[in-house]
Design a protein around this ligand. Structure first.
Ligand code: ATP
Ligand code: MG
Ligand code: MG
Ligand code: MG
Length: 471
């Protein structure tokens, strides 16, 4: 089953169960200062859970574009290291706003997976929140999942809601206990079942999380009940596609294979399983959709997350031997893969290409030199890159510190983060002192020091083509 067909199969199933199909919202949350990016399907419904917004329907389903590259949910450092994590991914979700609750949520999920999509039930494991006997009994007695494949996830830290089976979008807001469905990819892959000491492996991969939204968490941590208990579910489209296409890694599914093939051509790489190709294929999705949703590379906030992801991708290209620009050329195959499901992507192809190309040319000027500096520093620093060197790479060569840490990690090294922060603070202090003598308001030091003064090559073209998305 192609990824595109899985999207439709999911929506068709829930449409038939009286769910209203809603469009994906933007990666930039409409008006939620607690959140950097849309990290799950429920984000656009947050106020509905809290009771301050009413919708004309009580059941909904969608395919939501998500980004986990900052804030509470951040998987950037897992990309290229696990079979199952992306920065950008699509989350299939169904919701009940005060309508059905645990029994139907579980029944729908089980029926879709085992009867419609025909997954072998014996490959599926489930977890429940450790005190949730109701969910346990529905799985065990009504769905017939044997006790040996139901795991109660307790909490080890002694805090009532510290464990994984209590879902939270952010430090505040709607939350609740959840039950999750895992797929066993087989004994040839390392990793233990959920709840076991080696659960972080990639053998048992979590595919679907059913959250029973019951509480609103206040900034002081206290929980108050929501006006009505709700259901919020999220299933990773790429993980489900991997299962249905009989491959282990998300990166082996049809959608990614196309992107990886193009990345291999552009970087002249023979080994299609090369980790850098996976990172590049992941990052082109995140970067393109961020730009579609109105984010442009900058030195702060969301724009800085985008810049960091782009620069990581460019560094992987560089590792593969690329010395010119290549990353923006990945937009076209991405549009071929995802432009039908996301017409807004197809419509902005030229704009996205231009924005990426501009950033690529800018960083291209310092990447090579910065890599040489990194090598010199690494050769004389032992196991830890000193903070002041990480700062120099940041300040002079435009290497975000997480990029330096990523390069270091590949070589078994670490970065002295505290030292980096200290150099950063000293720089701020110097800038503050200097600005006291400046008559005119100067750019903040961090901005001014990040590379050369900005010359945004594509500005005119960009604003002409896409002024509406630049927000
Ligand atoms: P994991 O434990 O594997 O990191 P999670 O518990 O953080 O996943 P949830 O927050 O429960 O994930 O999100 C719901 C679903 O979204 C997951 O069951 C999974 O299928 C999918 N998902 C979560 N994070 C990612 C990611 N980084 N890349 C791809 N799919 C993801
Ligand atoms: Mg996670
Ligand atoms: Mg999990
Ligand atoms: Mg989960």
């Amino acid at each position: 089953m192609k990824t595109a067909d899985i999207r439709s199969a999911f929506l068709d199933y829930f449409r038939a169960k009286d769910h209203t199909i809603v469009p994906s919202s933007s990666l930039v949350p409409a008006s939620d200062p607690t959140l950097l990016f849309t990290n799950s399907g429920m984000v656009q419904f947050k106020n509905v859970f809290l009771g301050s917004e009413k919708l004309p329907y009580v059941r909904a389903a969608d395919v939501q574009r998500c980004l986990r590259a900052g804030g509470k949910h951040n998987d950037l450092d897992s990309v290229g290291y696990t079979a199952r994590h992306h920065t950008f991914f699509e989350m299939l979700g169904n919701w009940s706003f005060g309508d059905y609750f645990k029994r139907d949520a579980i029944r729908y999920a089980w029926e879709l997976l085992t009867s419609v999509l025909k997954l072998a039930p014996e490959k599926l494991w489930v977890t429940v929140y450790h005190t949730d006997d109701e969910a346990y009994d529905i799985w065990n007695k009504e769905m017939g999942v044997p006790a040996e494949r139901i795991v109660r996830i307790g909490d080890n830290k002694g805090e009532p809601f510290a464990s994984d089976n209590f879902w939270q979008m952010a430090d505040t807001g709607p939350c609740g206990p959840c039950t999750e469905i895992f797929y066993d990819h087989g004994p040839e892959i390392t990793g233990g079942p959920p709840g076991s000491p080696d659960e972080d492996g990639d053998r048992y991969i979590e595919i679907w999380n059913l959250v029973f939204m019951q509480f609103d968490r206040a900034p002081d941590g206290t929980l108050s009940p929501l006006p009505a208990p709700c259901v919020d579910t999220g299933m990773g489209l790429e993980r489900l596609a991997a299962v249905l296409q009989h491959v282990h890694s998300n990166y082996e599914i049809d959608l990614f294979q196309h992107l990886i093939k193009v990345a291999a051509e552009l970087t002249n790489t023979k080994d299609i399983a090369n980790k850098s190709l996976r990172v590049i294929a992941d990052h082109i999705r995140a970067c393109s959709f961020l730009i579609v949703d109105g984010v442009l590379p900058s030195n702060e906030g969301r724009g800085y997350v985008l810049r960091r992801i782009i620069r990581r991708a460019l560094r992987h290209g560089w590792m593969l031997g690329v010395r010119g620009d290549f990353f923006w050329k990945m937009v076209k195959p991405l549009v071929e893969e995802m432009g039908v499901a996301y017409p807004e992507l197809a419509a902005k192809q030229a704009f996205v290409e231009e924005a990426l190309r501009t950033e690529e040319q800018r960083f291209g000027e310092t990447l090579e030199h910065g890599m040489r500096v990194f090598d010199e520093v690494a050769s004389k620093s032992g196991r830890t890159i000193p903070g002041e060197d990480a700062f120099r790479l940041y300040d002079t060569y435009g290497f975000p510190v997480d990029l330096t840490a990523d390069i270091a990690r590949e070589r078994g090294l670490t970065v002295d983060m505290a030292g980096f922060e200290q150099s950063m603070a000293q720089q701020r202090e110097r800038a503050r002192a200097a600005s006291r003598f400046e008559a005119k308001g100067q750019m903040p030091a961090e901005l001014a020091s990040q590379l050369k003064p900005t010359e945004f090559l594509g500005y005119h073209t960009l604003s002409a083509q896409g002024s509406k998305v630049v927000g």
